[in-house]
Ligand binder design. Structure first.
Ligand code: ARG
Length: 503
């Protein structure tokens, strides 16, 4: 049997450092788990090129969890004795402790996290450790690790989304009386209540949560037991492994298991949609914080200054959130192209899936953690908003609808109000300041009631449809959202699993 004790002082910390430039030497084939058939060692440059430990070592906890479940199952079916299982379990738990205490040496000769842990186990408990890989392959192992990792990460993101929703809902009562101009084509359109805007974001993030939830059900499938590609002749019991790892389903085709990463792609898309929603918020609030809009003041703790212009308070956090969306979209693109045209079963290309998906989860989590306090700490500049609310004829559409309700056909009403707006524009005044005589000149059917529907407040109050910006409608939605948030905090799957930093 090969003795896996030929250690070299080649840790991943030194990858890329000048003294670690690969030479043309090769490591002893004896250090490799596959060494049997090989007569030559691996070229060091190949080791550096093929290693994934620098990326996948953060899978250590799920890898150990998966291995313990696998060993427990092997014990259940009589392939391992009770004593062997306990030795393996204790060894794996000790390895986890060492990794968490920074007492574990990573070495690129062992390529990836799976090999590192197995190698360390064999060093620690000897031949019993050599039984752990019975009935499995790294191909189904890596899929299982990734599914476990993404499942936890999805739950964390879900909880962070609730935090952002809660930040918006938490503003609604206080901002209830603030009316803002609503825009289409970035032109003033109709007035809207501030909480109506806040809840628009809540709706978007709710669909993001639903998408994640749906994605989670396809992530939460056991791959282990597919072995390399064809299954195994060892009498394993996959229902037990699924039960130990909390998987809801068992993948029914071994070839499918090792070849597919659609669950990774789906998660990457869910994160992309969140990023795109966040970039909308970032863009709006960047604009709203300009002197030109002056609708809000961002908390200074979330802004940065300029090294040359002393007066500047820049919305860098929001700009970076908008900017990081590019990375998230890019990661999705990478995964799409990575998996395009791959033949069935495992191909090494798939190792490249981890960098983009880890990066997307890390980036979104960091952004969501910033957005909630930023939303809470932002102040609406009420006077500045109100002082210019009579600009842009925000009430014109409601005036048109007033005429429609008086029996005027919509196209005619549109024309009448258009002419009134033109008149008001020529005088540079709001509609409400035109005398009734002028209204009559354009359409005789107007009466004094017209003044009770003009102006932003009246226009908002005139709304009636479900989901509109009418105060009573918005109130219904705020109450619904408060209820939803409370429920979400009671039911989210969130567990505080820390992501292990890469460096
Ligand atoms: N590090 C690899 C990955 O992340 C492990 C999978 C199996 N490797 C292999 N040569 N069969 O994809």
């Amino acid at each position: 049997m090969p003795s896996n004790t030929n250690k070299k002082n080649k840790t991943i910390q030194s990858i890329g450092s000048p003294n670690m430039l690969p030479d043309s030497g090769s490591s002893s084939q004896k250090t490799k788990a596959w060494s049997g058939v090989f007569t030559e060692g691996t070229d060091r440059r190949v080791e550096l090129f093929t290693e994934s430990i620098s990326i996948d070592r953060r899978l250590y906890a799920v890898d150990i969890r998966g291995s313990i479940a696998h060993a427990q199952m092997l014990c259940d079916v009589g392939v391992l004795t009770n004593d062997e299982f306990h030795q393996i379990e204790e060894g794996l738990l000790e390895i986890r402790r060492r990794i968490e205490d920074n007492q574990f040496a990573f070495n690129i000769e062992f390529e990836d996290i799976h090999m590192h842990i197995e190698h360390a186990l064999i060093e620690m408990i000897g031949d019993v450790g050599r039984k752990l890989h019975t009935g499995r392959s790294r191909n189904d192992q890596v899929v299982t690790d990734l599914r476990l990792w993404i499942r936890e990460a999805v739950d964390r993101i879900d909880r962070r989304l609730v935090d952002v929703q809660a930040a918006f809902v938490g503003r609604c009562d206080n901002d209830f009386d603030v009316i803002l101009p609503g825009y289409t084509h970035m032109q003033r359109a109709q007035p809207v209540l501030a909480p109506h805007i806040w809840l628009a974001y809540c709706e978007k993030f709710e669909r993001d949560r639903q998408r994640l939830h749906d994605c989670r059900s396809r992530v939460n499938i056991l791959g282990l037991g597919a072995a390399a590609l064809a299954g195994t002749s060892i009498p394993i019991d996959r229902t037990k492994t699924a039960e130990y790892l909390g998987f809801e389903q068992i993948a029914a085709n071994s070839l499918d298991v090792s070849s597919d990463r659609d669950f990774v792609l789906e998660a990457a898309f869910c994160l992309t949609e969140i990023a795109i929603h966040l970039s909308t918020l970032a863009e709006e609030w960047i604009l709203w914080s300009t002197s030109e809009f002056n609708f809000l003041r961002l908390p200074q703790a979330f802004c940065t200054g300029s090294s040359i212009m002393p007066q500047k308070v820049n919305p860098d956090v929001l700009e970076l959130i908008r900017g990081k969306t590019a990375r998230i979209v890019g990661n999705l693109q990478t995964l799409l192209v990575l998996t395009k045209g791959l033949p069935l079963a495992y191909n090494r290309d798939l190792q490249e899936d981890k960098t983009p998906i880890f990066d997307s989860f890390d980036t979104i989590e960091a952004v969501l953690m910033l957005i909630a306090p930023l939303v809470e700490g932002t102040i609406l500049n009420r006077e500045s908003i109100a002082g210019r609310l009579d600009r842009g004829y925000l009430d014109a559409t409601t005036l048109m609808e007033h005429l429609i309700m008086k029996g005027v056909p919509q196209r005619t009403a549109h024309e009448i109000v258009g002419r009134l707006v033109r008149l008001a524009m020529e005088r540079n005044v709001p509609l409400i300041t035109l005398p009734l005589k002028e209204f009559h000149e354009i359409y005789e059917g107007f009466d004094y009631n017209v003044f009770s529907i003009l102006g932003a407040t009246n226009a908002v109050n005139a709304m009636q449809s479900y989901g509109s910006t009418a105060p009573n409608q918005v109130r219904i939605q705020i109450d619904r959202w408060k209820e939803k948030i409370n429920q979400a905090y009671c039911t989210t799957n969130y567990q505080n699993h820390e992501i292990i930093p890469d460096k």
